[in-house]
Design a protein around this ligand. Structure first.
Ligand code: HEC
Ligand code: HEC
Ligand code: HEC
Ligand code: HEC
Ligand code: HEC
Ligand code: HEC
Length: 462
């Protein structure tokens, strides 16, 4: 071959190569396109079939076959899901096969304002079902299985207040009761033995989480996390709660319903704002303001709302603070007080007057139960620790410690425990130092609580 013909050969070769490449790419896009175009044609056909007069029919025949998208700058999203899910906002498509069905919850969350991925996750810009639903490599935000969809409600709503998200509320409760904070920080509160959980829902899948709860050591060899004994519903609930921790907060309008007004929200606010310091319910609480048990029969809801907005304007000279509640918060508190006589809430309100009850709250809030068991009853394994194979229970501390010694023990903790066998991987659990983490007055309450745990009828050993 001459030099010249060689060059020609190269040129042809390159052109041919480009052509083949181009065809492959074209074919790929054709295929990708077909999927959504098929759904749009089906939808158009259905609209034509439903048309009951010539105008409607003409309109239906002009439905364009094109990509549809919802732009959501405030949520930093572009969602094209409605390219296939074409009738999410049309109730007359209720019960149709997917992707053409009407969407539940639409009235509260109109698609043009919310899009889809803020709740479902997945890949908003994609136009094939597989890519959009996110079950593809190199896309780590797969769509949430519907079973866990309530995990998303917490981005904008307080979990415990949301009547539409009972599973999320349950998950939060399981989290608080299981002592997870003993080892993990969430929203800044908790221990340091395990990783922070604020964004765990963005880095772990449902399957990973479930498996890890049942057997941390299998999933993360050498893990110091004790296996959790959850019932199946609790396991799903705590998994859902973990999935809700994605570290994403929503702005402006989207956060405007943070508190969904209702009895649950009212009770939470009542506790958080310390109303009990001045008011009593069922005989528990302060006496600076009137007892509130039957305030619902004494005052109208309108009176209460106005009193929350401007206490001074309603009762001049009152010492009741103006808390600066939002309208939703005032509505929630009013709801709570109006329904007070119907609920058995008094027993669940922590009494500001009783150190033992307050101490119990501290025990719960800082996750002591994660290592010492609920109510200090023990039973949590401490594999490979030299001292004992179980983390000690705390129901007998009254026998071995004075109040001051116990306080000292909690504040100082114990930094290291020698492993029994240095060749075995599991690091033993140690008692964290709580000084600087729990406030001094709260440690006093904690001591009062722990001292009260001694089973009744047992003689003191001293
Ligand atoms: C190319 C068309 C297409 C696109 C784009 C698409 N979907 Fe789908 N979707 C479907 C089809 C078809 C089904 C029913 C079959 C299935 O479950 O895969 C479906 C089902 C679903 C389901 C029900 C799953 C279940 O478990 O029952 C959800 C939820 C969903 N889609 C959400 C989304 C979201 C969110 C987006 C955007 C990120 C999206 N879809 C984009 C075609 C699509
Ligand atoms: C506010 C949160 C939220 C938004 C926004 C949202 N969804 Fe949903 N979606 C849900 C919930 C919750 C369910 C489960 C409802 C149920 O059946 O209990 C659901 C269910 C579904 C289903 C399955 C319905 C069924 O009955 O099988 C599909 C498909 C779906 N959504 C698609 C979409 C698409 C497409 C969008 C955007 C146009 C969207 N969703 C926007 C919360 C949301
Ligand atoms: C991106 C933020 C966002 C997400 C995620 C979200 N919501 Fe909402 N939700 C809102 C906003 C904002 C409103 C108020 C809408 C309005 O009135 O304009 C609302 C309203 C509601 C209401 C009605 C409240 C009332 O009393 O008026 C309910 C119930 C509700 N949402 C339940 C849910 C559930 C269940 C989920 C999870 C599946 C969810 N929301 C997810 C923002 C969100
Ligand atoms: C005695 C201490 C301890 C307690 C109690 C504990 N954990 Fe852990 N946890 C750990 C340690 C250590 C790790 C890191 C090793 C691993 O992945 O298992 C961990 C890891 C995790 C992870 C994986 C985090 C990630 O990003 O890899 C999750 C999720 C988790 N824990 C959730 C919980 C929840 C929920 C509870 C309460 C039910 C709990 N843990 C109780 C010590 C603990
Ligand atoms: C990460 C696990 C862990 C957490 C969380 C934890 N502890 Fe401990 N705690 C231990 C271990 C392990 C010991 C035993 C230390 C030893 O053997 O000296 C211990 C010992 C104690 C003792 C001494 C018991 C005795 O019989 O001498 C007290 C009291 C105590 N912890 C209280 C608490 C309180 C109160 C909290 C919550 C604020 C708490 N612990 C949280 C692991 C933990
Ligand atoms: C510093 C003490 C103080 C705090 C804290 C306080 N209040 Fe009051 N509250 C009062 C006093 C004093 C009155 C009686 C005078 C008046 O009507 O303002 C009162 C009156 C009321 C009344 C009307 C009772 C009646 O029978 O007329 C309601 C309802 C009420 N408070 C609710 C609350 C709620 C809910 C909170 C917590 C968000 C709260 N208060 C916090 C001192 C307080």
């Amino acid at each position: 071959m001459t030099k010249d013909s060689l060059r020609k050969f190269y040129v042809w070769f390159t052109v041919l190569g480009l052509l083949v490449g181009g065809l492959v790419v074209l074919g790929y896009y054709r295929d990708e396109d077909r999927e959504w175009k098929d759904y749009q044609r089906k939808y158009a056909q259905e609209e034509i079939r439903r048309a009951s007069n010539p105008q409607q029919r003409a309109l239906a025949e002009r439905i364009p076959i094109q990509i549809r998208q919802i732009l959501l700058p405030d949520l930093n999203r572009v969602d094209r899901c409605t390219t296939c899910h074409l009738a999410v906002d049309d109730p007359s498509y209720g019960g149709y096969p997917q992707p053409l069905a009407y969407h539940p919850l639409h009235e509260q969350h109109p698609v043009e304002k919310f899009g889809c991925t803020v709740c479902h996750r997945g890949q908003g810009r994609a136009t094939t079902a597989a890519d959009a639903h996110g079950n593809v490599p190199h896309w780590d935000d797969a769509m949430l299985p519907l079973k866990y969809i309530q995990a998303s409600c917490g981005k904008c709503h307080q979990a415990a207040d949301n009547p539409g998200a009972p599973e999320l509320a349950r998950g939060q409760q399981v989290f608080e009761e299981s002592g997870c904070r003993g080892c993990h920080k969430l929203a800044g509160v908790g221990g340091l033995i395990g990783p922070e959980l604020d964004k765990v829902g963005a880095r772990r899948s449902p399957g990973w989480l479930k498996e890890h709860f049942l057997s941390p050591g299998t999933v993360t060899p050498g893990s110091g996390m004790p296996p959790q004994k959850f019932s199946e519903p609790d396991l799903d609930a705590i998994t859902l709660f973990m999935l809700s921790q994605v570290g994403e907060t929503t702005p402006g309008y989207y956060a405007s319903m943070k508190v969904i007004p209702g009895v649950a929200a009212g009770q939470r606010l009542f506790q958080e704002k310390g109303c009990i310091g001045c008011h009593s319910i069922a005989g528990k609480g302060g006496t600076i303001g009137p007892a509130l048990d039957d305030v619902g029969s004494r005052r109208s809801p309108e009176w209460m709302m106005q009193h929350f907005r401007e206490p001074q304007a309603v009762t001049s000279g009152t010492v009741m603070p103006k808390f600066g509640f939002t309208e939703e918060e005032a509505r929630a508190l009013t709801d709570f007080l109006v329904h007070l006589h119907e609920q058995n809430v008094a027993s669940s309100l922590p009494s500001a007057m009783n150190p033992v009850e307050r101490g119990h709250e501290v025990y719960r809030n800082y996750g002591c139960a994660g290592c010492h068991g609920p109510e200090g009853k023990g039973g949590v394994p401490n594999p490979n620790a030299k001292t004992a194979q179980l983390v000690p229970d705390l129901i007998h501390v009254a026998d071995g410690y004075t109040n001051d010694e116990l306080k000292e023990r909690i504040l100082k903790g114990q930094r290291e425990i020698t492993p029994l066998d240095p060749n075995r991987p599991q690091p033993p659990l140690y008692m964290p130092a709580w000084g600087g983490i729990i406030k001094d007055a709260q440690v006093d309450d904690l001591v009062a609580y722990l001292m009260s745990l001694k089973p009744k009828g047992e003689e003191s050993g001293f």
